[in-house]
Design a binder for this molecule. Structure first.
Ligand code: T46
Length: 134
């Protein structure tokens, strides 16, 4: 069983460079209600350490690289992000951690809902308790 679900985006490249276009309903499997990006991350800093109750997201490393750890409460999996034509679908009830940000890394995230702190599970034992009850 693999936790990482990848979306492949078409690179519309020509001699001027590359371009990826993302459209709700075709390339992204949910209504996009929010977009944010993580950048200028300091060396040796890790982020995340939470799960979401409902939120679905697609993460795309549009520049540089980083490592994302996914954990469903039973299995942990590391994925390396360095390809702007691949989106990592991060479903609800998946613990995520982001590590090893390279210099210049930009992680773009498309989210299925507005920001709601009440949707976060920031305590790992609460997360495992919840997935064991579902
Ligand atoms: C996720 C991973 C991949 C907002 O006010 N609005 C927002 O849309 C977001 C995403 C964050 N914030 C605030 C909440 C915190 O005060 O910005 C601060 C940093 O957020 P957080 O510590 O949650 O950042 P990360 O990098 O640990 O996690 C983020 C997302 O929050 C999360 O949903 O899945 O990236």
């Amino acid at each position: 069983m693999t936790l990482a679900k990848w979306l492949d985006f078409q690179a519309l490249g020509d001699e001027r460079g590359s371009l990826v276009a993302l459209e709700q309903g075709t390339s992204i499997p949910f209504e996009i209600k929010r977009i944010y990006y993580i950048y200028h991350t300091e060396k040796d800093i890790s982020r995340g350490y939470h799960a979401h109750k409902e939120l679905k997201q697609v993460a795309i490393c549009v520049s540089g690289s980083c490592r994302i750890t996914l954990d469903n409460g039973f299995v942990r999996e590391d994925v390396f992000m360095d390809n702007p034509t691949k989106g990592l679908l991060i479903d609800s009830l998946l613990w995520r951690e982001m590590h090893d940000f390279s210099a210049g890394c930009i992680l773009l995230v498309l989210a299925s809902d507005h920001y709601k702190e009440s949707d976060y599970i920031r305590d790992y034992s609460c997360f495992t308790a919840k997935v064991n009850n579902t």
